[in-house]
Design a protein around this ligand. Structure first.
Ligand code: GLY
Length: 396
């Protein structure tokens, strides 16, 4: 009897200690994180003077890779500067954010890309929020107009790429550009943009997902009939694999769909995607996914910190729409991801070409020379900062 009581006490005490240790391990020193990240970007602003060349990632030799304003990654650097201004309230970042956003303005007329949400809404949406600038408002509206030209009613979706090897391709990433359309409807009172976003999301919901709620990367449609021709990958390990950042884009994208429509079918899908990720046997305990959930080389392959950052940010929004138990689970998971990303293994406090986050995978099938494998990439930084900001708000 006495032995059983002792055993019980030991179990309860070790449970409590374990809980405390997990809490301690998950603790994120927000002050320190903001100091480290803002210092890295202050160095970037001071070193990178030519705002026609946007810092994107690093080359295999460790030097900086920059891109022009028409690249899909051009907006992340200015958008991160706006976030750093929000986090620090230091005008240095606002001034830099304005300078680098101005350099993007002409892309509002770009109709050759579906990435205008990333390129234009992230910086100008944040800028509008901070400055209430009428000019930024007009840029957002014009960008939405340009994006809408890529929607064809007979197919019912926005065309992602004009690459010759596809007929009418739509990638799961495109879910991330729909926020621009919803905001344009809010700013103009014209529902056309919102309706396009809903049609696009409904087609994605129907055609991009497998029974286990993982998603295909590319769905190629017949441009006349709207029939699905094939479901394939471009950046994943295989057509039938679950490319990690694609799963993150889907999770984030359908969470945003619920934010704007309150239609439960989108919330259900976002929850199913979260379950696919969180219950996946190949998902590491520290919260940073391998670049593809089905790379047969796991665990001897690369992590994609950018996918982890997108997941953390998405979960910190999704938790607001669900019941107590799920809320707790999503919050804990986001906290776990952020605490791992905030360790020196993933967070740079010097070097790294002044980027914040290390160990991202851009396009594995392209190979080391051009595929941005195991390097810092600016969207890893952006979604990490966004998640940190969302996390900080939960602490108030
Ligand atoms: N939108 C392309 C990517 O996630 O790499």
């Amino acid at each position: 009897m006495m032995n059983n009581i002792k055993k019980g006490i030991i179990i309860v005490v070790s449970g409590l200690l374990l809980n405390q240790t997990t809490k301690a391990q998950n603790k994120i020193d927000l002050k320190e994180v903001i100091k480290t990240t803002s210092t890295q970007y202050a160095r970037a602003v001071n070193e990178y003077k030519d705002s026609t060349r946007f810092p994107r990632s690093t080359k295999p030799d460790g030097t900086l890779r920059t891109v022009k304003s028409d690249d899909w990654c051009s907006g992340f650097f200015p958008a991160s500067l706006w976030l750093l201004y929000d986090l620090t309230k230091d005008d240095f970042y606002k001034k830099a954010a304005i300078k680098w956003s101005v350099a993007l303005e002409k892309e509002q007329y770009n109709t050759t890309t579906h990435d205008l949400g990333f390129m234009m809404y992230l910086p100008f949406g944040a800028g509008l929020n901070d400055t209430k600038s009428e000019a930024y408002k007009q840029i957002i509206i014009q960008s939405a107009k340009s994006l809408a030209t890529r929607f064809h009613p007979n197919v019912g979706v926005i065309k992602s790429w004009d690459y010759k090897q596809y007929t009418y391709p739509v990638i799961i990433d495109n879910m991330m550009n729909l926020e621009l359309l919803f905001e344009a409807s809010k700013l103009t009172g014209d529902d056309t943009y919102k309706q396009i976003a809903i049609k696009h999301a409904d087609h994605d919901m129907e055609n991009h997902f497998r029974k286990d709620f993982s998603s295909y990367h590319v769905v190629d449609y017949d441009s006349l009939t709207g029939k699905v021709l094939r479901k394939i990958t471009n950046q994943g390990f295989a057509d039938e694999s679950a490319w990690a950042r694609g799963q993150a884009w889907g999770l984030y994208g359908f969470t945003v769909m619920y934010r704007y429509t309150h239609d439960k079918k989108y919330l259900d899908l976002a929850n199913h995607i979260a379950d696919f990720i969180l219950n996946n046997p190949n998902y590491p305990k520290d919260g940073i996914p391998y670049w593809d959930f089905n790379d047969p080389k796991i665990p001897d392959t690369y992590r994609d910190a950018s996918a982890g950052a997108v997941m953390a940010s998405a979960l910190l929004e999704l938790k607001n729409y669900v019941g107590k138990e799920q809320k707790e689970r999503y919050y804990k998971q986001a906290e776990k991801i952020l605490s791992t990303l905030s360790t020196p293994e993933y967070l740079a406090s010097s070097g790294n070409c002044n980027f914040i986050i290390k160990h991202c995978v851009g396009n594995w099938p392209k190979g080391k020379a051009t595929g941005e494998i195991d390097v810092p990439i600016n969207y890893g930084d952006y979604y990490y900062l966004e998640a940190i900001m969302r996390y900080k708000k939960t602490k108030k």
